[in-house]
Design a protein around this ligand. Structure first.
Ligand code: GUN
Length: 292
Protein backbone atom coordinates (compact mmCIF):
# COMPACT_ATOMS: atom_id res chain seq x y z
CA UNK A 1 0.00 0.00 0.00
CA UNK A 2 1.30 3.46 -0.92
CA UNK A 3 0.20 6.42 1.19
CA UNK A 4 -0.45 9.42 -1.06
CA UNK A 5 1.37 12.36 0.53
CA UNK A 6 -0.73 15.35 -0.52
CA UNK A 7 1.09 17.62 1.89
CA UNK A 8 4.49 16.93 0.32
CA UNK A 9 3.18 17.20 -3.25
CA UNK A 10 1.43 20.47 -2.41
CA UNK A 11 4.65 21.93 -0.96
CA UNK A 12 6.55 20.85 -4.08
CA UNK A 13 3.97 22.48 -6.39
CA UNK A 14 3.99 25.73 -4.40
CA UNK A 15 7.79 25.83 -4.82
CA UNK A 16 7.36 25.26 -8.56
CA UNK A 17 4.87 28.14 -8.69
CA UNK A 18 7.20 30.41 -6.67
CA UNK A 19 10.01 29.67 -9.14
CA UNK A 20 7.73 30.57 -12.04
CA UNK A 21 6.67 33.82 -10.34
CA UNK A 22 10.34 34.72 -9.82
CA UNK A 23 10.91 34.09 -13.52
CA UNK A 24 7.91 36.28 -14.49
CA UNK A 25 9.24 39.12 -12.30
CA UNK A 26 12.77 38.70 -13.67
CA UNK A 27 11.35 39.26 -17.14
CA UNK A 28 9.54 42.44 -16.10
CA UNK A 29 6.14 40.81 -15.58
CA UNK A 30 3.54 41.51 -12.91
CA UNK A 31 3.24 39.67 -9.60
CA UNK A 32 -0.03 37.63 -9.64
CA UNK A 33 -2.68 39.07 -7.30
CA UNK A 34 -5.45 37.02 -5.63
CA UNK A 35 -8.26 38.70 -3.70
CA UNK A 36 -10.60 36.86 -1.31
CA UNK A 37 -13.94 38.05 0.02
CA UNK A 38 -14.92 36.63 3.41
CA UNK A 39 -18.39 37.25 4.83
CA UNK A 40 -18.94 36.70 8.57
CA UNK A 41 -16.81 34.76 11.04
CA UNK A 42 -17.47 31.05 10.41
CA UNK A 43 -14.56 29.13 11.96
CA UNK A 44 -14.02 26.83 8.98
CA UNK A 45 -14.13 29.67 6.44
CA UNK A 46 -11.75 31.80 8.56
CA UNK A 47 -9.23 28.93 8.60
CA UNK A 48 -9.55 28.22 4.87
CA UNK A 49 -9.10 31.87 3.92
CA UNK A 50 -6.14 32.32 6.29
CA UNK A 51 -4.51 29.27 4.69
CA UNK A 52 -5.15 30.67 1.21
CA UNK A 53 -3.50 33.99 2.17
CA UNK A 54 -0.53 32.08 3.62
CA UNK A 55 -0.18 29.98 0.47
CA UNK A 56 -0.14 33.20 -1.60
CA UNK A 57 2.90 34.36 0.38
CA UNK A 58 4.68 31.06 -0.23
CA UNK A 59 3.99 31.32 -3.96
CA UNK A 60 5.09 34.95 -4.19
CA UNK A 61 1.61 36.29 -4.98
CA UNK A 62 0.04 39.49 -3.73
CA UNK A 63 -3.13 38.81 -1.73
CA UNK A 64 -5.95 41.02 -0.54
CA UNK A 65 -8.53 39.97 2.02
CA UNK A 66 -11.84 41.83 1.96
CA UNK A 67 -14.17 41.29 4.91
CA UNK A 68 -17.87 41.91 5.40
CA UNK A 69 -20.07 41.25 8.40
CA UNK A 70 -22.88 38.63 8.22
CA UNK A 71 -25.49 41.35 7.72
CA UNK A 72 -23.96 42.72 4.50
CA UNK A 73 -26.60 43.19 1.80
CA UNK A 74 -26.52 41.19 -1.41
CA UNK A 75 -26.22 44.42 -3.40
CA UNK A 76 -23.17 45.61 -1.41
CA UNK A 77 -21.49 42.27 -1.98
CA UNK A 78 -22.35 42.28 -5.69
CA UNK A 79 -20.96 45.83 -5.96
CA UNK A 80 -17.67 44.62 -4.49
CA UNK A 81 -17.60 41.72 -6.96
CA UNK A 82 -18.15 44.17 -9.85
CA UNK A 83 -15.40 46.42 -8.47
CA UNK A 84 -12.95 43.50 -8.40
CA UNK A 85 -14.01 42.50 -11.94
CA UNK A 86 -12.94 45.98 -13.05
CA UNK A 87 -9.79 46.24 -10.92
CA UNK A 88 -6.94 45.62 -13.37
CA UNK A 89 -4.47 44.88 -10.57
CA UNK A 90 -6.53 41.91 -9.28
CA UNK A 91 -5.91 38.90 -11.53
CA UNK A 92 -8.33 36.53 -9.83
CA UNK A 93 -10.62 36.43 -6.81
CA UNK A 94 -12.84 34.17 -4.76
CA UNK A 95 -15.89 34.67 -2.58
CA UNK A 96 -15.58 32.19 0.27
CA UNK A 97 -18.69 29.97 0.59
CA UNK A 98 -21.06 29.38 2.29
CA UNK A 99 -22.70 32.81 2.34
CA UNK A 100 -25.47 33.93 4.74
CA UNK A 101 -28.93 32.70 3.70
CA UNK A 102 -30.18 36.12 2.53
CA UNK A 103 -27.54 36.20 -0.22
CA UNK A 104 -27.88 34.15 -3.41
CA UNK A 105 -24.61 32.25 -3.89
CA UNK A 106 -25.53 31.55 -7.50
CA UNK A 107 -26.08 35.24 -8.22
CA UNK A 108 -22.69 36.06 -6.67
CA UNK A 109 -20.93 33.32 -8.66
CA UNK A 110 -22.53 34.44 -11.91
CA UNK A 111 -21.55 38.08 -11.28
CA UNK A 112 -17.84 37.16 -11.09
CA UNK A 113 -16.07 37.74 -14.40
CA UNK A 114 -15.35 34.16 -15.57
CA UNK A 115 -11.82 35.29 -16.54
CA UNK A 116 -11.11 36.04 -12.85
CA UNK A 117 -13.11 33.09 -11.45
CA UNK A 118 -10.15 31.14 -10.04
CA UNK A 119 -12.58 28.91 -8.07
CA UNK A 120 -13.93 27.63 -11.39
CA UNK A 121 -17.53 27.92 -10.18
CA UNK A 122 -18.90 30.18 -12.95
CA UNK A 123 -21.13 28.31 -15.45
CA UNK A 124 -18.79 29.29 -18.30
CA UNK A 125 -15.88 27.55 -16.56
CA UNK A 126 -18.02 24.55 -15.58
CA UNK A 127 -19.29 24.24 -19.16
CA UNK A 128 -15.85 24.61 -20.68
CA UNK A 129 -14.46 21.98 -18.32
CA UNK A 130 -17.17 19.50 -19.27
CA UNK A 131 -16.23 19.76 -22.96
CA UNK A 132 -12.47 19.88 -22.37
CA UNK A 133 -11.80 23.57 -23.19
CA UNK A 134 -9.23 25.76 -21.39
CA UNK A 135 -10.81 26.99 -18.14
CA UNK A 136 -10.41 27.27 -14.40
CA UNK A 137 -11.14 23.86 -12.87
CA UNK A 138 -12.50 23.76 -9.33
CA UNK A 139 -9.83 23.18 -6.75
CA UNK A 140 -10.61 19.83 -5.15
CA UNK A 141 -11.14 17.80 -8.36
CA UNK A 142 -8.12 19.47 -9.94
CA UNK A 143 -6.00 18.61 -6.88
CA UNK A 144 -7.09 14.98 -7.09
CA UNK A 145 -6.19 14.84 -10.79
CA UNK A 146 -2.74 16.20 -9.91
CA UNK A 147 -2.24 13.51 -7.24
CA UNK A 148 -3.21 10.76 -9.71
CA UNK A 149 -0.76 12.24 -12.24
CA UNK A 150 2.15 12.68 -9.82
CA UNK A 151 1.76 9.13 -8.45
CA UNK A 152 1.40 7.81 -12.01
CA UNK A 153 -1.81 5.98 -11.07
CA UNK A 154 -3.36 4.13 -13.98
CA UNK A 155 -6.88 5.39 -14.70
CA UNK A 156 -7.32 4.30 -18.32
CA UNK A 157 -10.24 1.88 -18.74
CA UNK A 158 -10.59 1.58 -14.95
CA UNK A 159 -13.89 1.52 -13.14
CA UNK A 160 -14.07 4.69 -11.05
CA UNK A 161 -16.85 5.22 -8.53
CA UNK A 162 -17.42 8.81 -7.41
CA UNK A 163 -19.44 9.08 -4.19
CA UNK A 164 -21.25 12.41 -4.00
CA UNK A 165 -22.77 14.68 -6.64
CA UNK A 166 -21.98 18.20 -5.44
CA UNK A 167 -21.33 20.94 -7.99
CA UNK A 168 -17.93 21.61 -6.41
CA UNK A 169 -16.56 18.05 -6.13
CA UNK A 170 -18.67 15.08 -7.31
CA UNK A 171 -19.92 16.38 -10.65
CA UNK A 172 -16.64 17.91 -11.89
CA UNK A 173 -14.71 14.88 -10.61
CA UNK A 174 -16.87 12.51 -12.66
CA UNK A 175 -16.51 14.75 -15.68
CA UNK A 176 -12.71 14.88 -15.42
CA UNK A 177 -12.30 11.13 -14.85
CA UNK A 178 -14.27 10.34 -18.01
CA UNK A 179 -12.45 12.86 -20.21
CA UNK A 180 -10.35 11.61 -23.12
CA UNK A 181 -6.98 12.21 -21.47
CA UNK A 182 -4.69 11.10 -18.68
CA UNK A 183 -5.71 11.15 -15.87
CA UNK A 184 -9.09 10.16 -17.20
CA UNK A 185 -10.33 7.60 -19.74
CA UNK A 186 -12.09 5.86 -16.82
CA UNK A 187 -15.52 4.27 -16.78
CA UNK A 188 -17.27 6.44 -14.24
CA UNK A 189 -20.23 5.72 -11.95
CA UNK A 190 -21.60 8.43 -9.67
CA UNK A 191 -23.33 7.26 -6.48
CA UNK A 192 -25.18 9.44 -3.97
CA UNK A 193 -27.62 9.35 -1.08
CA UNK A 194 -30.39 7.96 -3.35
CA UNK A 195 -28.33 5.22 -5.01
CA UNK A 196 -29.68 1.68 -4.58
CA UNK A 197 -26.54 -0.42 -5.06
CA UNK A 198 -23.88 1.84 -3.64
CA UNK A 199 -22.02 -0.88 -1.72
CA UNK A 200 -22.00 -3.24 -4.69
CA UNK A 201 -20.78 -0.47 -7.00
CA UNK A 202 -17.91 0.28 -4.60
CA UNK A 203 -16.92 -3.39 -4.38
CA UNK A 204 -16.41 -3.44 -8.16
CA UNK A 205 -14.44 -0.20 -8.29
CA UNK A 206 -10.75 0.08 -9.20
CA UNK A 207 -10.80 3.69 -7.98
CA UNK A 208 -13.14 5.14 -5.32
CA UNK A 209 -13.36 8.90 -4.84
CA UNK A 210 -15.35 9.48 -1.65
CA UNK A 211 -16.89 12.94 -1.23
CA UNK A 212 -19.99 12.30 0.84
CA UNK A 213 -19.03 14.07 4.06
CA UNK A 214 -20.01 11.03 6.16
CA UNK A 215 -17.20 10.01 8.53
CA UNK A 216 -16.04 6.37 8.23
CA UNK A 217 -18.67 5.56 5.58
CA UNK A 218 -16.35 3.36 3.46
CA UNK A 219 -15.59 0.13 5.29
CA UNK A 220 -13.27 -2.74 4.29
CA UNK A 221 -16.14 -4.91 3.01
CA UNK A 222 -16.89 -2.23 0.37
CA UNK A 223 -13.39 -2.19 -1.11
CA UNK A 224 -11.82 -4.50 -3.69
CA UNK A 225 -8.28 -5.79 -3.06
CA UNK A 226 -5.80 -3.40 -4.74
CA UNK A 227 -8.23 -0.49 -5.14
CA UNK A 228 -7.15 3.16 -5.20
CA UNK A 229 -8.96 5.20 -2.51
CA UNK A 230 -9.22 8.99 -2.61
CA UNK A 231 -10.82 10.39 0.54
CA UNK A 232 -12.27 13.89 0.16
CA UNK A 233 -14.10 13.85 3.51
CA UNK A 234 -13.13 16.49 6.07
CA UNK A 235 -15.86 16.36 8.69
CA UNK A 236 -15.04 18.06 11.98
CA UNK A 237 -15.64 15.66 14.87
CA UNK A 238 -15.31 16.60 18.54
CA UNK A 239 -11.98 15.54 20.06
CA UNK A 240 -11.20 16.70 23.61
CA UNK A 241 -7.54 15.66 23.25
CA UNK A 242 -6.97 18.39 20.62
CA UNK A 243 -6.29 22.02 21.39
CA UNK A 244 -8.87 23.05 18.78
CA UNK A 245 -11.45 20.67 20.33
CA UNK A 246 -11.97 18.81 17.03
CA UNK A 247 -10.22 16.66 14.46
CA UNK A 248 -10.87 16.10 10.78
CA UNK A 249 -12.42 12.77 9.88
CA UNK A 250 -12.46 11.32 6.37
CA UNK A 251 -15.23 9.36 4.65
CA UNK A 252 -13.05 6.22 4.78
CA UNK A 253 -12.46 3.94 7.76
CA UNK A 254 -8.73 4.24 7.20
CA UNK A 255 -7.40 1.56 9.59
CA UNK A 256 -9.38 -1.30 8.09
CA UNK A 257 -9.48 -0.09 4.46
CA UNK A 258 -5.82 0.90 3.94
CA UNK A 259 -4.34 -2.65 4.08
CA UNK A 260 -6.50 -3.61 1.06
CA UNK A 261 -5.48 -0.63 -1.11
CA UNK A 262 -2.78 -0.08 -3.70
CA UNK A 263 -2.92 3.69 -2.99
CA UNK A 264 -4.83 5.70 -0.39
CA UNK A 265 -4.99 9.34 0.72
CA UNK A 266 -4.88 10.06 4.48
CA UNK A 267 -7.08 12.64 6.26
CA UNK A 268 -5.59 15.09 7.01
CA UNK A 269 -2.62 15.42 4.65
CA UNK A 270 -4.11 13.90 1.50
CA UNK A 271 -6.57 15.80 -0.68
CA UNK A 272 -6.89 18.84 1.65
CA UNK A 273 -3.48 20.46 1.04
CA UNK A 274 -3.91 19.95 -2.72
CA UNK A 275 -7.09 22.02 -2.77
CA UNK A 276 -5.36 25.27 -1.85
CA UNK A 277 -2.51 24.37 -4.14
CA UNK A 278 -4.97 24.11 -7.06
CA UNK A 279 -6.25 27.59 -6.26
CA UNK A 280 -2.65 28.81 -6.44
CA UNK A 281 -2.24 27.14 -9.84
CA UNK A 282 -5.39 28.86 -11.08
CA UNK A 283 -4.12 32.20 -9.73
CA UNK A 284 -0.90 31.72 -11.68
CA UNK A 285 -3.00 31.07 -14.81
CA UNK A 286 -4.97 34.23 -14.02
CA UNK A 287 -1.76 36.22 -13.62
CA UNK A 288 -0.63 34.98 -17.02
CA UNK A 289 -4.07 35.83 -18.51
CA UNK A 290 -4.18 32.25 -19.77
CA UNK A 291 -7.98 31.94 -19.58
CA UNK A 292 -9.91 34.43 -21.70
N1 GUN B 1 -16.00 26.77 0.61
C1 GUN B 1 -15.57 25.49 0.67
N2 GUN B 1 -14.73 25.22 -0.35
C2 GUN B 1 -14.63 26.36 -1.08
C3 GUN B 1 -13.89 26.70 -2.24
O1 GUN B 1 -13.17 25.90 -2.85
N3 GUN B 1 -14.04 27.99 -2.67
C4 GUN B 1 -14.85 28.87 -2.04
N4 GUN B 1 -14.95 30.09 -2.57
N5 GUN B 1 -15.54 28.58 -0.97
C5 GUN B 1 -15.43 27.32 -0.49
Amino acid sequence: MTLIDGKAIAEQIKQEIAAEVADILAHGGKRPHLAAILVGHDGGSETYVANKVKACETCGFTSTLIRFEDNVTEETLLDKVRELNNNADVDGFIVQLPLPKHISEQKVIETIDYRKDVDGFHPINVGRMSIGLPCYISATPNGIMELLRRYDIDTRGKKCVVLGRSNIVGKPMASLMMQKAYPGDATVTVCHSRSNNLKEECRQADIIIAALGQPNFITADMVKEGAVIIDVGTTRVADATRKSGFRLNGDVKFDEVSPKCSFITPVPGGVGPMTICSLMKNTLLAGKKAIY
